[in-house]
Structures are given as C-alpha cells and as structure tokens.
Design a protein around this ligand. Structure first.
Ligand SMILES: [Zn+2]
Length: 108
C-alpha cells in the first residue's frame, strides 16, 4: 500500500476516501485516532493518512490532484468562444460538451 493523501482533519481525509470509493478504489485511513486530544495541535506525523493498494495508486493520485486542482469550480471556455459555468456539462450557446469533462470520462 502507499500513502496518497494526508490532511490535518479526519473530515478532509474521509471526503477523499469517499471520492475514491466513487471510483471503486478502496482506501484505508491510518492514524485515524493518532491525533492529540481536543484543542491540541497534532504534529504532521499524527495527521490521518489515506492509503491505497498499489494497483490503484496512480489513479487515486490523479483523482486527488483533479479534486485539488485550482481550476475546479472555474468557468470553462467553449470552442465557440462562450464561457460556461462549471455546473454546465455542455455549452449553453451551442450545446457542445465540455471538452475537459469528456477527457476525464475517457480516462476512467
Ligand atoms: Zn459553445
């Protein structure tokens, strides 16, 4: 297994675990209970960690980096020149699919 993600909060780690589960990657959380008591600041060594089996490491890392991408939530520009909100899977003006969305689907 390999560590693919860590965060100060168990909530963030659990979110990513759920994200991976949606892609049928089973990830295990380590250090779940290692953090200090309430009010203490855990050292980075004690952060909850997300581990996946080796065959899933590459895909898991890709999903996580997509998830963390600063472009997430940004508008996308259609080939026709119209700007579309991230919530739209296809262009409101010409109905073409979001090319980025298509690429993501082809990858998986
Ligand atoms: Zn368009």
């Amino acid at each position: 297994m390999q560590k693919v993600y860590t965060d100060q909060t168990l909530l963030a780690v659990t979110n990513v675990q759920n994200l991976l589960a949606a892609s049928h990657i089973s990830a295990k959380i380590r250090n779940q209970f290692a953090a200090g008591g309430v009010g203490e600041i855990a050292s980075i060594d004690a952060w909850p960690e997300l581990w996946v089996d080796y065959p899933d490491v590459v895909l898991a890392k890709k999903i996580i980096s997509d998830y963390q991408s600063p472009n997430r939530g940004a508008d996308w520009l259609c080939n026709c020149g119209e700007k579309n909100g991230i919530a739209f899977a296809s262009c409101w003006a010409c109905q073409r699919d979001n090319p980025a969305l298509k690429a993501t689907m082809a990858d998986s």
